[in-house]
Ligand binder design. Structure first.
Ligand SMILES: Cc1cc2nc3c(=O)[nH]c(=O)nc-3n(C[C@H](O)[C@H](O)[C@H](O)COP(=O)(O)O)c2cc1C
Length: 140
């Protein structure tokens, strides 16, 4: 099982989620790559079974728009053939940005039943949820 986690993070919370998810997935036996959007190339994604995208809630319940949003657009055709998952950190919201993101993908026939949101820095029970999420992705 090969998993690629592509994330954007401004203050490190979504990055920490990616690290915790990767740890959980590796413990479950998966081979995991963790890539920042500034180094992610859509053409490098074809060898993975699972592609999980991570962005914090920004703007008004939106994903990061200068790197993650164009990356999403460029990988949509590939995501339709893979298992896709979404994750990210938010602040005051109730996870609306993640639901909107999943709807955007759904409109292009990309199903993302695995979505994980945490508030700010993942710690304690929320850190455990990240590791569990990774374990779940490794079982796809
Ligand atoms: C410019 C800006 C806009 C934000 N907009 C939202 C928002 O719409 N909803 C929300 O729940 N949190 C919002 N937040 C809070 C961030 O999503 C939150 O701090 C998150 O943990 C940042 O993750 P990161 O460390 O990976 O960048 C916003 C933060 C910033 C700086």
């Amino acid at each position: 099982m090969k998993i690629c986690l592509v994330y954007w993070s401004g203050t490190g919370n979504t990055e920490k989620m990616a690290e915790l998810i990767a740890k959980g997935a590796r413990l479950a036996g998966a081979e995991v790559s963790v890539i920042n959007t500034d180094a992610a190339r859509p053409g490098d994604m074809s060898g993975y079974d699972v592609i999980a995208l991570g962005s914090p809630a920004l703007g008004d319940e939106d994903i990061e728009e200068s790197e993650m949003s164009p990356f999403v657009t460029s990988v949509i055709p590939l995501l339709a053939e893979k298992h896709a998952a979404l994750f990210g950190s938010c602040g005051w919201g109730d996870g609306e940005w993640l639901r909107s993101w999943a709807s955007r993908l759904e409109a292009s026939s990309v199903h993302t039943e695995d979505c994980l949101a945490v508030k700010e820095t993942p710690e304690g029970a929320e850190a455990d949820k990240c590791a569990e999420f990774g374990k779940r992705l490794a079982g796809k």
